[in-house]
Design a protein around this ligand. Structure first.
Ligand SMILES: Nc1ncnc2c1ncn2[C@@H]1O[C@H](COP(=O)(O)OP(=O)(O)OP(=O)(O)O)[C@@H](O)[C@H]1O
Ligand SMILES: [Mg+2]
Length: 505
């Protein structure tokens, strides 16, 4: 048998009361693309961080290329060519792409940074890997997808042969995902070994050779991708069948709830981002917004939520929102699941219970004193309903896995008494079982006569949930289609500008 690139056995890791890994194992052959799957909180990120040297295990051993490296540090892992690809927030926004890539390992000319050499090194890496990004651009000006390319270039520059990617596609648009697959296949052909954490079954089916499934900190199954199906994978993860293509009952949309007319909004660099947009959300309706990221979605959500000034009119049940503060908007009946949960939806050092009452304090205070009992009861109820793990309401949200943090935001916003919900990427980072549950809750809101604005980079999610679908392209709605007239290919044509503007109904 050939030596394994990665072999981890009996890995234990505990955080306070939570056993994140218990006897976990992982075996990856050289040159393999290996997927790591499992429910939110199963221990995937923890296991991979241990392998990358970000944290030591409490027990167990691990080997890279047959050499024991248990408990090594990040610099040691990097020297051995093992690197984790981080999300964009690890980059320095005020530096260029080239400067970020070489940071800490700069080519020098005498004592100074050799800028020419850095730019050339990045060009060469782009050439060999197939990643495309201009070395001279500022990181602050990059899209999320481009920033991620820089993260990958950075680890390649350091000579990584084993790449660990934790949900790399969660923030990518479909064309960017296709590009990433091209890059990973090319790296694989060059001999690299890749571990990919993902909740997306179709991705794992498309790109991996084998899949390790974790549940509650343990490794429960290792499957050959070619010998399995997406449905089997889902069952292995959550222990039951999952149905993500529920048939939607027909719905009679009611009166207009939210009316947007001639909305004009500027982007963060002052550029026009929305150019006079009109839309209406009716009671009992889910309106989906499709579009390649960066075509005005964020500005639309920000304007609706009160996070960005605008011109034009936004009326919620005949009340103009322009002059209302954030909390007044909440009172007027607006709920909001923002795209960036860390920045805008959670206070990471507060407990789960306290995060669950943000924006609802009035309901939990009596004569100015917080009713701790009611807060605890409210938390216990939502933790059970949304299956938030761990179940202790007092743990700080910072200690929750990514998917469980997202569940906290959804639980809080969906349990408000709202008229209209703004849902941006509501299932980003959550496991298939949780996606099924969240979709059911969005449909329930619709059945109760509420309005939902759904912005998602997943076309399948838009198509399964929406009654009508608007396509945003360069700051305008270029198509407004009833669900029956939409499909991935029709939407795709409008999203890329290939099809011309039309509106039906
Ligand atoms: N730094 C930490 N402090 C406290 N608890 C932690 C910490 N890191 C992880 N945990 C806990 O360990 C468990 C496993 O977390 P981990 O992030 O590995 O899950 P995951 O499988 O990556 O989940 P997800 O799919 O949601 O990202 C979780 O219950 C989490 O709350
Ligand atoms: Mg994780």
């Amino acid at each position: 048998m050939t030596t394994l690139a990665i072999q981890m056995t009996g890995i234990d890791k505990r955080f306070a009361a939570v056993q994140a890994n218990r006897g976990a194992s992982l075996e990856v052959a050289k040159g393999e693309i290996h997927a790591l799957m499992g429910e939110n909180g199963a221990g995937k990120s923890t296991l991979v961080k241990i392998l990358a040297g970000l944290q030591p295990p409490d027990a167990g051993q691990f080997f890279v290329d047959g050499r024991e490296v248990t408990g090594w540090t990040t610099p040691q892992a990097l020297t051995a060519g093992v690197a984790m690809v981080h999300q964009h927030f690890m980059l320095v926004p005020t530096l260029t792409v080239a400067e970020n890539v070489v940071l800490g390992r700069e080519p020098t000319h005498g004592l100074r940074l050799d800028r020419q050499a850095a730019v050339q090194a990045v060009r060469d890496l782009c050439q060999s890997s197939g990643l495309q990004v201009d070395p001279n651009r500022l990181v602050a000006d990059l899209s999320v997808g481009e920033a991620q390319r820089v993260e990958i270039l950075k680890v390649l520059y350091r000579g990584a042969q084993v790449l660990l990617l934790d949900e790399p596609t969660a923030v990518l648009s479909p064309p960017e995902v296709a590009e990433l697959w091209g890059v990973l296949r090319r790296l694989q052909q060059g001999g690299a070994t890749i571990v990919l954490i993902s909740h997306k079954l179709d991705e794992v089916m498309a790109i991996s050779q084998r899949v390790t499934v974790m549940r509650q900190g343990q490794t429960v199954q290792v499957l050959d991708t070619a010998q399995t199906t997406a449905a089997e994978l889902a069952r292995a993860m959550v222990g039951r069948d999952v149905d993500l293509d529920v048939q939607r009952p027909e719905n009679q949309a009611g009166k207009p709830l939210l009316r947007v007319t001639q909305l004009q909004v500027q982007g963060s660099r002052g550029q026009p981002a929305l150019l006079g947009l009109d839309l209406t959300i009716h009671a009992g309706e889910i309106l989906g917004i499709a579009g390649v990221e960066g075509n005005g979605q964020s500005e639309l959500l920000d304007a609706l939520a009160g996070l960005r000034p605008y011109q034009g009119s936004i009326k919620l049940a005949d009340q103009e929102l322009a002059t209302l503060s954030l909390s007044q908007r909440t009172q007027a009946g607006l709920a909001h699941v923002p795209e960036d949960r860390h920045q805008r939806a959670l206070i990471l050092d507060y407990s789960v219970a306290d995060n669950l009452i943000l924006g609802k304090l009035a309901e939990f205070s009596r004569r100015g004193v917080l009713d701790q009992r009611a807060i605890a009861a409210h938390a216990a109820e939502l933790i059970a309903e949304y299956d938030i793990r761990p179940t202790d309401p007092q743990v700080p949200v910072r200690g929750l896995s990514g998917g469980n943090q997202q569940k906290v935001v959804l639980a809080r916003e969906l349990s408000r008494s709202f008229k209209v919900l703004l849902a941006a990427q509501p299932t980003r980072g959550v496991d298939v079982g949780a996606i099924e549950f969240i979709h059911a809750r969005l449909r329930q809101a619709r059945a109760q006569g509420k309005g939902v604005l759904l912005v998602s980079s997943e076309l399948r999610e838009i198509l399964t949930l929406s009654d009508r679908i608007a396509v945003l392209y360069r700051g305008r709605i270029v198509a407004m289609l009833p669900r029956a007239q939409a499909s991935e290919s029709v939407l795709g044509a409008y999203m890329t500008g290939a099809a011309q503007a039309v509106t039906h109904g």
